[in-house]
Write a protein that binds this ligand. Structure first.
Ligand code: ZN
Length: 255
């Protein structure tokens, strides 16, 4: 079994598994090593022909996948929604946030790659779900996955202002010690807070939001670009594959 973390949506009864692999899954810029990807997926008991991936570009572009074949050309974008349980939507992340989401009534599930540039992609995903399935935001459940958190993520004035003005003032906090030391990155940025705000704004109930609370940069298991001593394959940027799987397909874990 490939090392991985498993997350579940709130409520307990939603039939989806959210997986973060802890082994290098390949870079986020599209196809480079199909064999390695196939090994990672088969190590989790998933046929790689079911997996739908993108060439990720830190955008807010979200696709609705009908069949895995539609995505054999590795389209550019950062989010995938599916209604077909044969599909396993997958994104690749290092320190950006994976966001898993599913609807409690509409047959709609997926995963997003949301770093600082892509923050707001969840809005696009919710709009697509409403358009395609008539799924209202209040029925969505969301998991904010491991990412570089405010304990480790410091930014400059411009980026702090961008988040404060476009998302929420609560997304940034001035670190007084860094400020007094004259750092050009004196602000601490919380991508989780920005996305929590987007969820609230859209009408997703607070009880439907799970924040994993995990920071990729605080430990080495997640393959952070910021980790001092990456433990992963040295020639790979240590990235993780993030999948959302509908469970009735007999996907089983031996954790
Ligand atoms: Zn941290």
């Amino acid at each position: 079994m490939i090392p991985h973390r498993l997350f579940r949506f709130s409520g307990g009864s939603l039939p989806y598994d959210c997986v973060l692999t802890l082994r290098a899954a390949g870079p986020m810029k599209g196809r480079t090593d199909e064999e390695n990807r196939a090994r990672v997926f088969s190590g989790l008991g998933i046929e790689s022909s079911r997996v739908v991936s993108l060439t990720q570009i830190h955008s807010r572009t979200v696709y609705v996948a009908q069949t895995p074949e539609d995505f054999s050309d590795w389209k550019e974008g950062d989010g995938i929604l599916a209604g077909n349980p044969d599909i396993v939507p997958c994104v690749t992340v290092a320190d950006c946030m994976p966001i898993w989401l599913c609807h409690e009534r509409a047959p709609c599930f997926g995963v997003l790659h949301s770093g600082w540039k892509g923050t707001g992609i969840i809005r696009e995903a919710l709009a697509a779900a409403r358009r395609v399935w008539g799924a209202e935001p209040a029925g969505f459940h969301v998991i904010l996955g491991p990412h570089i958190r405010s304990c480790c993520y410091t930014v400059d004035d411009d980026r702090a202002r961008y988040f404060s003005e476009n998302f929420s003032p609560d997304a940034v906090c001035l670190d007084e010690a860094r400020n007094q030391a004259g750092s050009v990155w004196p602000w601490r940025l919380s991508l989780a807070e920005a996305n929590r705000h987007l969820c609230w704004e859209a009408g997703i109930p607070d009880g439907h939001i799970v924040d994993t609370g995990l920071c990729t940069a605080c430990g080495s298991e997640f393959g952070s670009n910021h980790a001092k001593d990456p433990v992963h394959l040295p020639t790979w940027r240590p990235l993780s594959g993030t999948l959302c799987i509908e469970r009735p397909r007999q996907f089983r874990y031996t954790l």
